[in-house]
Design a protein around this ligand. Structure first.
Ligand code: ZN
Length: 288
């Protein structure tokens, strides 16, 4: 009898560590495993060099995010990552975004010269949380993935801001009166998914403002609270209501935008580049 327990334990551990959260999709002929990820691709969609680069960066992200939030918030099963070719088709002008699916698998598309790794940090933050949380509040999750990406890698020149300053791209909407109010973004998140050119930077700047003003610990306390999604949680964590926090943030962003040399010209330049030029700007009265 005695001998059974160690072998069961051994089986259990080797099984749990090798396991993935979602199912391995059958559509890929190549597979590479790293400590915390399983990479899947077909040879015509990704080069060995792209796979190796993504693998190294993936493990780096696992460490830096794990150090920030603590190992209790990290997935105990491997994350599945698939490579699916170019995000933009210049002929059809069709665009496919990288994302995390319902099984918490990360499906990547290549963004021009930024390759597969541009949105990697953002998507992994979604995947790590989808692997460990029971509640999923999409407005907050998008803001969280963007703001923590910025917190961990503020200097990145990758997709999607491509080196432009956050206050330039976010402040432009506010300064020109073409922003989407934060309350609207929160309340109508699912209806405004197509408004990403405005919504992503505005949310990212709002949550980064809260991190800078109140500290990263408070932000993580909010992010990992079981009450996430409750509007009262804003007041309980930060001492002001959601609307008050937004009212404090807006003039702060406007000031940073107006103090930034050449902000308007830079924002307009960004809007002429890929992917921004493929995206329609949402309008009050039409979209919300
Ligand atoms: Zn996202």
């Amino acid at each position: 009898m005695k001998a059974i327990f160690p072998s069961i334990m051994l089986l259990y551990f080797s099984f749990s560590q090798g396991q993935t959260k979602g199912q391995i999709p059958p559509d890929y002929s190549n597979r590479l495993d790293s400590e915390h990820f399983v990479f899947l691709w077909n040879s015509d969609k990704a080069s060995q060099e792209e796979i190796e680069r993504t693998k190294a960066y993936s493990e780096e992200i696992f460490v830096s995010y794990g150090n920030l939030v603590g190992s209790e918030h990290m997935p105990d099963r491997k994350i599945i990552v698939t490579f699916n070719g170019d995000a933009f088709d210049p002929v059809t002008r069709r665009k496919t975004n990288s994302g995390v699916d319902y099984q918490a698998r990360v499906n990547l598309y290549r963004y021009n010269e930024y390759g597969y790794t541009g949105p990697l940090l953002h998507e992994y933050i979604h995947a790590f949380r989808k692997n460990t949380l029971n509640r999923w509040v999409r407005f907050f999750e998008e803001g969280f993935a963007s703001a923590i990406s910025y917190y961990l890698e503020p200097e990145t020149e990758e997709f999607s801001r491509q080196g432009f300053a956050m206050e330039v791209l976010a402040g432009y909407w506010l300064d020109t009166g073409t922003d989407i109010p934060m309350r609207t973004l929160r309340e109508q998140h699912n209806n405004l998914l197509h408004c990403r050119i405005q919504s992503y930077v505005l949310r990212e700047d709002f949550f980064t403002y809260l991190i800078n003003r109140f500290g990263i610990e408070k932000y993580l306390e909010f992010a990992y609270s079981p009450r996430i999604g409750s509007i009262e949680l804003y007041e309980d964590i930060w001492g002001s209501s959601f609307d008050e926090l937004v009212s404090d943030w807006e003039p702060d962003l406007l000031k940073r935008y107006r103090d930034y040399p050449g902000a308007k010209e830079q924002a307009e330049q960004y809007l002429q580049m890929v992917p921004a030029k493929y995206v329609r700007v949402c309008e009050a009265g039409v979209d919300f």
